[in-house]
Ligand binder design. Sequence first.
Ligand SMILES: Cc1ccc(Cn2cc(C(N)=O)ccc2=O)c(C)c1
Length: 332
Amino acid sequence: MNDTAAKIRELTDLLNRYGYEYYTLDAPSVPDAEYDRLFHELEALEAAHPALKLPDSPTLRVGGAPLSAFAQVRHEVPMLSLSNAFSPQDESGAFDHAEMTAFDERVRGGLGGKPPQYVIEPKFDGLAVSLLYRDGVLVQAATRGDGSSGEDVTQNIRTVSDIPLRLRGGDTPALIEIRGEVLMFKADFAALNLRQEENGRKPFANPRNAAAGSLRQLDPRITAQRKLHFFPYSIARQEGGFSAGTHMQELDYCGRLGFALPEGNCGCFGSMAEILAFYEQMRQKRPALPYEIDGMVVKVNSLAQQHELGFISRAPRWAVAHKFPAEEALTV
Ligand SMILES: Cc1ccc(Cn2cc(C(N)=O)ccc2=O)c(C)c1
């Protein structure tokens, strides 16, 4: 590799590390002016040697030329939406958790009475996207769409500062597809609507609409100005890299890969009673959170148990196997 290519690689990696420290860890190690100086040095080298610009260059964060339309992306693994267990409030305002108790019983039934460990995490009020990384580099991003296919929003997603353009840490998977939520924080939403009104534009109704409108912009330079965030919530596909056994391990792995995690707002418990207590705590905390959530998601933590249960819920409802008793153990 010649020294210009080496210099571009070095600046790209350095600026991506600085961006990770600043946006994801909220712990910059250099002053903004230093970041700015190196950023312009990289921009100049890329302008002089366009062929040497790297696919994970931080200059992609500012957004390129507008698209005329979004391409469609087919989801290899359908993007399902969660069935909502809505906890109605009775007149005293206490939450009736009957639906969660019923869920717990269904799960225990499906696991042959084995008590599962549950994980509970915020249900972010943003929009679901899928991110595809090949050999650690972000190569495609798509919205949920109808669950089977969505819009290709790769260029816009590259402007979201806490989405890594290249996965961090060692043990990089050859392929990994990460699903999560793109959202706008409450404070950024308020500031955006102020700007909208100042410029005679219609304000957005809520942060979810603002995030959706910002991501489904044909002009990535507008998306880049909208301060969007991303939180991962599952790994849809993976070839190589760390193989998680539980959902919590998946989230921790995403953290090691360079994603932001909703620290302190997730929990792992062995009983539905503890889950419901955590749910109540989060309901109290909700107004103080920097982002909007419209509930909590409760999952069986073990991926093996998820697949076992998933199988039952995906088994054809119109067919059933009627098995013969196990053969008598053959005596030899
Ligand atoms: C001029 C300028 C440059 C950069 C930034 C913000 N920032 C800082 C860093 C940093 N310190 O590691 C990394 C990425 C980044 O986007 C601002 C606000 C202003």
